[in-house]
Design a binder for this molecule. Sequence first.
Ligand code: GLP
Length: 260
Amino acid sequence: MEVVIVEDRCAGADLVADAICRLAMKGSCVLGLATGSTPEAVYDELARRAFTGRLDTSGIKAFLLDEYTGLPADHEASFTEVIRRQVVERLGLGPEAVLGPNGLASDLESEAKRYDASIAASGGVDLQLLGIGSDGHIGFNEPGSSLGSRTRIKTLNPATVSDNSRFFEGVESRVPKHVLTQGIGTILEARHLILMAWGKAKAHAVAACVEGPITSMVPASALQLHPHTTVVVDEAAAQHLRLSDLYRATYAAKPSWQRI
Ligand code: GLP
C-alpha cells in the first residue's frame, strides 16, 4: 500500500487526475467511479482538463461503485444522476459509457449478478476511485461485510444514513435504507485502487484502513490485500497515521519515472 500525504485536496486531486490522464492517453480505459464529497475535486480537475484539451475522453468507460435502491433514476441524489452531472456531462461522455447498478430493477439479486458480469465483460476496471466512510466502509460495504463479497443488496448502517442525509435535505427518513453495492471482492479485482480522504473526520477510518488489522469490521482494510493500492490523504486525514514520517520519506524518494 502506498500512502501519499498531500497538502490539501487540490494537490491530491491533481495527482489522481494525472493518473487518469495517463491511462486515458492509452486509448481506452475503464474507470471505477465513486460518489460522495471526496472525489468531487478529482471530477472538477478532470472537467478542467477536458475543457482545455489536456484529457482525451474518447476512450473512457466507467462503472459506478454503488446505487440506492428505489430512487427514481432522475432523483438528484441517485448516484447515476450525481455522476451524470459531475462526470458524464462535463467530460462529454456518451450515454452508454458509464454504467451503474439499477436500483429500480424488479429483481435486485439478478441485477447484482448481471452488474458483476458486465464489469467482467468489459475487461475489468483499470483504476477504481474510492472514498471512505467514517465507519471504514468502501462503496456501501458496511462493517461486517464479507471481504470476498460480490455486488449485492446491503442495508445501510444508521451512521451512514445520518452522514448521507445531507444529500436528502438533512432528513434521514428520506435516505433509502437499501443499496446495491459492488462487493469488496469485486472492488479488489480492479487493477489499481486509489482511496482518497480529506479532513480530520476521516482520520480514524484512514488509520484503521492503512495500519489496522485486516478485518471485516473495517471494510477498507481489505485494500491491504491488493498489490496496487494508493491512499491519497491530506494532512488532516493523515493525523492518526503512526508511520506518517515513513510514508513522506518514501514518497519523497520515489524516482520521478515511477508514478502512483
Ligand atoms: C458514501 C459512498 C462511498 C463514499 C462514502 C464517503 O456513502 N457510498 O462510496 O466513499 O460514503 O462519502 P464522502 O466522500 O461524502 O465522505
